[in-house]
Design a protein around this ligand. Structure first.
Ligand SMILES: [Zn+2]
Length: 415
């Protein structure tokens, strides 16, 4: 059996979205649900109730991630897992993460209502702290895949100095805690998410199959020139670090746009000029670069070009430079057989789909370390996200859920 968009109980999904929008609602029409806040716990608990009502076996893992399970006929077969997150940025939207939890819940509910047996068990997860508004981005899935040592976990604190472990210990989950061995027993992970861009909307296509999740690299660059009198210094004697930085900022954008079209995004969003005085040539300029590459080859190519651009500008302005990598996560390619399952799932649902790069990071990135990982995007109006204006049309919700449900069924039937 395969599902069409009309088979999805979209009123049920909309009423659940509306319910969750009321938990942590802000006066601006958004939602604030930081990990383990009363609002986050209430939203999680209410979703757990819906999971239980759907006949799923519900628990929390050792990190506070919410899990639900639907048994398969083969007890030895690996789990097909889907999910996202219920935490938000401050005054965030009502779909980012939430839809990725409610969509597989609706899919599994449809399987229950249609008495569909699958060979593999199906699972649902709501990861804690994806947005990093309290502790650290993608924390729930980072913990789940075993990326952090016990000491590193013990050191995680929020801005008030409260340790993650103490916050976790003070949570009263009204459900059993069942430690999950995330590294073993998984067959696949699929995450449905809003696109956070305009590509689907512009194409009029309701679903996007993610080909890769771009890996962010944050670089800090320092140009060192010489602070001199802004009036008295001749052109030829100037070593203007800000001018060098300005050339670089423009050149980086042009390079990413034209030489790596559709494969890289480069942004300079932070700049620190010294001495930052009107009548003094800038002696030192420090700026940060956020660059995201869709694949490892693109990353290597962009890095090389960044170096060329620095060197060229430094030479032309007579300044020195040095760079420091602040953060790096490798780009993650989604797994081919999951992309196929999603394309087939969309086709069986009668829904168009197109391939897309995910420019934002998601839990699916971490899950790729322990299992085959894939993502399905749905359009969000004007590409807006992390804002109260975030919106997904009901018909796109139904299309996305039908495609996801079919893909989950396909994967759950696989040998
Ligand atoms: Zn998200």
């Amino acid at each position: 059996m395969r599902f069409k968009a009309v088979d999805v109980n979209v009123d049920r999904v909309l009423s659940r979205l509306g319910h969750l929008a009321g938990i942590g609602a802000t006066s601006a029409g958004g939602v604030t649900r930081h990990t383990f806040s009363p609002e986050h716990l209430r939203a999680t608990q209410d979703v757990a109730v819906w999971m239980t009502e759907a006949g799923l076996e519900v628990s929390f893992d050792q990190y506070g991630n919410l899990l639900a399970n639907r048994a398969g006929s083969d007890p030895a077969a690996g789990l097909v897992l889907s999910g996202s997150h219920l935490d938000s940025v401050p005054n965030g939207g009502n779909y980012d993460g939430v839809l990725g939890v409610l969509a597989p819940l609706e899919a599994l509910t449809l399987f229950q209502e249609n008495n569909l047996a699958t060979r593999r068990p199906l699972g649902l997860v709501s990861f804690i702290e994806e947005e990093g508004a309290r502790f650290h981005g993608l924390l729930g899935s980072t913990l789940a895949v075993g990326q952090l040592s016990a000491n590193e976990i013990a050191d995680i604190r929020d801005a008030d100095g409260i340790r993650y472990l103490d916050a976790l210990a003070s949570c009263k989950f009204a459900l059993p805690s069942r430690p999950m061995d995330w590294a073993g027993g998984l067959h696949a992970f699929l995450e449905l998410h809003i696109e956070q861009g305009k590509r689907l909307e512009a194409a009029g296509i309701p679903t996007g199959v993610v080909t890769s999740i771009a890996g962010p690299t944050f670089l800090q660059v320092r140009f060192t020139g010489q602070a001199d009198h802004a009036g008295a210094t001749e052109w030829g004697d100037r070593r203007d670090s800000l001018l060098a930085a300005a050339q670089v900022i423009v050149a980086l954008r042009d390079m990413a746009m034209h030489e790596f079209e559709g494969r890289a995004h480069v942004t300079v969003g932070a700049l620190n000029v010294k001495p930052n005085v009107t009548n003094v040539i800038a002696g030192e300029t420090i700026f940060n670069i956020d660059f995201r590459a869709a694949d490892a080859d693109t990353r290597a190519g962009v890095l090389q070009r960044i170096e060329d651009i620095f060197a060229e500008s430094a030479t032309s302005q007579g300044v020195a430079y040095d760079t420091r990598e602040l953060h790096y996560a490798p780009p993650v390619e989604t797994t081919a057989h999951l992309r196929n399952a999603l394309v087939q799932g969309a086709t069986a649902a009668g829904v168009d789909c197109m391939p897309l790069v995910s420019w934002a990071a998601h839990d699916a990135m971490n899950m790729a370390q322990v299992t085959d990982s894939g993502m399905l995007f749905v359009p969000c109006r004007d590409g807006r996200s992390h804002t109260p204006e975030e919106f997904v049309a009901p018909e796109d919700i139904a299309s996305g859920i039908a495609a996801l449900a079919n893909a989950l069924l396909e994967l759950a039937e696989q040998a």
